[in-house]
Design a protein around this ligand. Structure first.
Ligand SMILES: Cc1cc2nc3c(=O)[nH]c(=O)nc-3n(C[C@H](O)[C@H](O)[C@H](O)COP(=O)(O)OP(=O)(O)OC[C@H]3O[C@@H](n4cnc5c(N)ncnc54)[C@H](O)[C@@H]3O)c2cc1C
Length: 333
């Protein structure tokens, strides 16, 4: 069943999608955001210290502010999972798991990625309470504490280097004999004296009442178990990007991320992408927000072009009338 027509449909209500919605709605495009949840990865970030304008803010608080701002200009948000996008003339048909279908002139893909999880007891319960999936983001919160890092390969060097500069002690847990092949790099990291290698190890449980207190690892060779007392557990074993339904529609890279140009355009006209779902090297909140704005302005120009309308925008700093509604966030008249 075709539910309705929109100028633009944004998939994902993380920071990229909500920022895009703020921009398209402010430009008076009929904007619908479809998302599984509100907030995405930022819900897992108890404290953010590197978002401009805030010395410290929780991911949830930041998302709520952007959500309110997007809704203020008229963006609509519904909770559902997008399972397909089909081109039809100049439109796209976006279908969801609940069976709804929407017709739109432009689509912004902003459905991010998810860190891979260990899937062991204690992990879910202590997520955001000592269990983290982002060293760059949360490492500084563990100054002078003991932490475990579960990671290996080239990327893990950066994480180990960052963690050892903050933490009192870092237990570097990995499955093989060495976490990385580069001996020089490894020796440099170990030279500080506060990194201990835990080789041939398989994490089996994270323990703690309210916060992380320990991690239990099993030796893959001997089966022997060891409990290591730590305040934090960093899991960096990769990410998953669920872009299977985009195959054949837009160009994806070898990791399944959506390839974009500098205007956040994908290989298919009318489909744009922003944030962590895109094939860009830096995955951070402020970058996702910036890309959301970029994708939105490109989508606006595309829609206006199809409607044969006004001059295109290259910036969005004109003043628009703030909707005059009452309510805690609205201006009183
Ligand atoms: C633990 C942790 C801490 C972090 N801390 C920081 C920090 O301090 N500073 C910083 O800059 N960055 C931090 N990051 C990184 C930052 O959170 C991400 O770069 C940013 O949130 C990505 O935003 P996004 O909108 O692109 O994607 P996401 O946040 O991944 O949001 C994607 C949204 O799309 C939805 N979705 C997914 N698939 C579908 C679908 N098929 N249909 C509909 N909806 C869908 C999801 O439910 C979600 O709402 C942290 C990340 C983690 C995991």
């Amino acid at each position: 069943m075709r539910d309705s027509y929109r100028d633009v449909i944004i998939i994902g209500a993380g920071i990229a999608g909500l920022t895009a919605a703020l921009y398209t709605a402010r430009q008076k495009l009929d904007t619908l955001v479809i998302s599984i949840d509100l907030g995405g990865q930022l819900l897992m970030a108890p404290e953010i210290q590197n978002f401009p304008g805030y010395v410290s803010i929780s991911g949830f608080e930041l998302i709520k502010k952007i959500e309110e701002q997007a809704r203020l200009y008229g963006a609509e948000i519904i909770f559902d999972e997008v399972v397909g996008i089909k081109p039809e003339d100049k439109h796209y048909i976006v279908s969801t798991r609940s069976g709804a279908e929407y017709r739109t002139l432009a689509v912004i893909l902003a459905f991010g990625k998810k860190p891979k999880e260990l899937g062991i007891p204690g992990e879910k319960e202590l997520k955001g309470r000592g269990v983290s999936y982002c060293v760059v983001c949360d490492g500084p919160l563990f100054r002078n504490r003991n932490v475990a890092l579960i990671s290996w390969g080239h990327h893990s060097v950066e994480s180990a280097t960052t963690l050892r500069s903050y933490a009192n002690r870092v237990y570097w847990i990995f499955p093989g004999e060495k976490p990385v092949d580069d001996e020089d790099m490894l020796n440099e990291i170990l030279s500080g004296g506060n990194v201990e290698l835990v080789a041939n190890a398989k994490p089996v449980e994270i323990r703690g009442e309210k916060m992380v207190e320990a991690i239990v690892v099993e030796n893959r060779k001997t089966g022997e178990r060891r409990e290591i007392n730590v305040d934090g557990v960093f899991v960096e074993i990769g990410y998953t990007t669920k872009t299977d339904f985009l195959k054949g529609l837009v160009e994806l890279n070898e990791k399944g991320e959506v390839v974009v140009d500098q205007l956040c355009r994908t290989s298919r006209e009318g489909i744009f992408a922003a944030g962590d779902v895109a094939a860009i090297p830096y995955k951070q909140a402020v970058i996702s927000a910036g890309m959301g704005a970029c994708a939105a302005l490109s989508a606006y120009n595309h829609v206006i072009g199809l409607k044969g309308g006004r001059a295109k925008v290259i910036a969005d700093w004109r003043k628009v009338e703030i909707p005059k509604k009452t309510g805690k966030f609205f201006l009183k008249i």
